[in-house]
Design a protein around this ligand. Structure first.
Ligand SMILES: Nc1ncnc2c1ncn2[C@@H]1O[C@H](COP(=O)(O)OP(=O)(O)OP(=O)(O)O)[C@@H](O)[C@H]1O
Length: 578
């Protein structure tokens, strides 16, 4: 059902189109002859919220409740005045159902066909800026405009985003554009010659126009833009129907603009992160947080030494990466030989590590060197050392102490020149107390200790690593939504970097769009349960003390001094006897 407009003489006009022009000119939808009313005086237009009224051009006085307005919402029953005339908007229920005027079907039919043509032109996949240009050309063509451009407005800054031809600066910094940007209402200028003020507008002069349409374009949270369409001498003036069609097409263009902006922002974000990732990468480890920078410095210092290093850190924090970084920084020519003490059955570890002579056991058909010998000239990396069976620890101790290995079935040792790096997420001190780990072996392995911080303590490193993984995946998804970014920042990542890597990889495969959301990462819904305060405090103190030790280059005495506590207290906080 359509709204009604009640005129001063009691006439009622049906508002059956989304835009209606009001003025003395007989081309207007609502013809109103009264003093102070101009040829094309006001525009009434309807959107999802209802009806609004705005002046059609400069000098057109529109008042609502006695106040001059640039754009005002109208509720049913509201009156407004143009010059000396007062008009009232009535809701459908207050009106009798009017018969549809014959022109309506014809008009909406044309809009539909124009829309269909416009949409099919845009359906071809193109890069966003090109798409926008196509949209602008399509709009100008559909509106029969000789000139068309899209101008963005951020504060006082005006920028032409795309145009059907050259657009002089004067056309952009223009009162018509300013009006539309300020009021958010469209401006229809059927004939510039009728209005002297408009005839001298810079855009009209610069583009030699006889008729103009300027339409606001709202694309999501982006600042307002305006579509400017103009006709030159020889073309008929723009009508209210054409304004209506252009507004419908502009709504489509707004969608494109929103997407294009989102993509531009995303591209800038990705470029920025790519540069940051390059700057924040150390020997394959990504991170620019303070604890990671501290770790890099430690690796730089310790790399070239012959000290045995024990790397401690929660599961998935990147201990193996740190071991490789230490090896690369060691300058040793041999390779890094890694052995996962938790993955091999006890019966195999021995022969894998130490090698064997022919006939040493059934199936030993030939002499074979073990991994320790393979590390000659390089680094032996003992991962998950906490899982090394107690029975093998004494043999390993000999290897570490004497730097020599005896193959199974042989009785002469062979010299090996290697550096030993081990890693664990288990508290080796308490394994020693439980009798599960040899203390003398621990002393040998831990000539210096390196702590790898958990991911939750590395601030925005989580975002850098997430972007790096996403880029490597090379899928359609190129970035993260704001909500996903927040979810990544807030998640505690008990599985650390390994958990992050697998969440991002899975999301990259499953995400349907260009941006990954929290649901793709399976983040957002869950809430980590709160820890009791005592536990949280103990965990914090332990981490802090460990960080202090790391920053003191492994010296507990210096760390205790820096923390202003006694050495005894420091051991107590570490949960270790002196
Ligand atoms: N700083 C980092 N930057 C980029 N990727 C990393 C980083 N740290 C770890 N990773 C990646 O995270 C995954 C787990 O790392 P890694 O295996 O080194 O952890 P870990 O601490 O040795 O785990 P575990 O205790 O289970 O042996 C690997 O895919 C690794 O490449």
């Amino acid at each position: 059902m359509s709204f009604l407009l009640v005129l001063p003489d009691g006439r009622r006009t049906t508002l059956d189109k989304p835009v209606a022009s009001v003025g003395t000119d007989s081309a207007c939808d609502v013809v109103l002859r009264a003093s102070g009313v101009k040829a094309s005086h006001a525009l009434l237009f309807r959107d999802a919220q209802g009806w609004s009224v705005s002046p059609a051009g400069p000098g057109c006085d529109v008042r609502v409740r006695g106040k001059r307005v640039e754009l005002a919402r109208l509720a049913p029953g509201d009156s407004f005045s143009l010059g000396s005339a007062t008009l009232t908007l009535l809701a459908p229920e207050e009106t009798q159902v009017p018969a549809s005027p014959p022109s309506r079907a014809a008009s909406s039919g044309r809009v539909l066909s124009v829309l269909a043509g416009f949409a099919s032109r845009l359906l071809l996949q193109r890069p966003a800026p090109e798409l926008l240009e196509t949209a602008m050309r399509g709009l100008a063509e559909a509106a029969g405009a000789d000139v068309g451009f899209l101008v963005s407005a951020e504060g006082a800054r005006r920028q032409v985003l795309c145009a059907t031809g050259p657009v002089p600066d004067a056309a952009v910094v223009d009162s018509l554009v300013d009006r539309v940007v300020a009021s958010g209402a469209p401006v229809l200028v059927p004939d510039v010659a009728v209005d002297q003020a408009l005839a001298s507008a810079p855009s009209v002069v610069a583009l030699r126009l006889t008729s103009a349409l300027v339409i606001p374009l709202r694309a999501g949270p982006a600042p307002l833009s305006a579509v400017y369409l103009g006709r030159r001498a020889g073309s008929p003036p723009f009508s209210a129907v054409e304004l209506e069609e252009a507004m419908a097409l502009s709504a489509l263009a707004a969608l494109l603009l929103a997407t294009s902006r989102e993509l531009t922002d995303l591209r800038a974000q990705v470029d920025n992160l790519t540069q940051r990732i390059q700057a924040a990468t150390f020997e394959g480890l990504i991170g620019e947080s303070r604890p990671m920078s501290e770790l890099y410095r430690q690796v730089e210092r310790l790399g070239p030494t012959a000290l045995n290093v024990l790397i401690q850190g929660e599961t998935g924090t990147g201990k193996e990466g740190v071991a490789r970084a230490l090896h690369r920084r060691s300058g040793r020519r041999g390779r890094l030989v890694a052995i996962n003490c938790a993955a091999l059955p006890e019966s195999l570890i021995e022969r894998e590590l130490f090698g064997h002579a022919r006939g040493a056991f059934s199936g030993a058909g030939a002499d074979r060197p073990g991994l320790v010998e393979a590390a000659d000239g390089g680094t032996l990396f003992l991962d998950e050392i906490g899982d090394m069976p107690r029975s093998l620890q004494s043999r390993l101790l000999r290897v570490v102490q004497e730097r020599e290995v005896t193959r199974l079935g042989e009785n002469h040792p062979r010299k090996v020149d290697m550096r030993i790096i081990s890693a664990t997420h288990k508290p080796l001190k308490s394994l020693v107390q439980q009798g599960l780990f040899r203390e003398d072996l621990l002393f040998r392995l831990e000539e210096v200790r390196v702590e790898v911080p958990p991911l939750r303590e590395r601030g925005d490193d989580v975002l850098l690593i997430a972007h790096h993984v996403l880029t490597q995946e090379g899928r359609r998804a190129k970035g993260f939504t704001q909500k996903a970014t927040e979810a990544l920042r807030g998640h505690p990542f008990p599985g650390n970097v390994r958990e992050l890597v697998s969440r991002v990889r899975r999301a990259a495969i499953l995400a349907s769009g260009e941006l990954i959301g929290p649901a793709d990462l399976e983040l957002g819904g869950e809430q980590t349960p709160l820890q009791p305060l005592d536990e949280a405090r103990d965990a914090f103190v332990l981490r802090y003390v460990r960080e202090a030790i790391a920053r003191s280059g492994g010296s507990k005495k210096e760390a205790a001094q820096a923390l202003g506590i006694g050495l005894r207290s420091l051991f107590r906080y570490l949960g270790e006897g002196e």
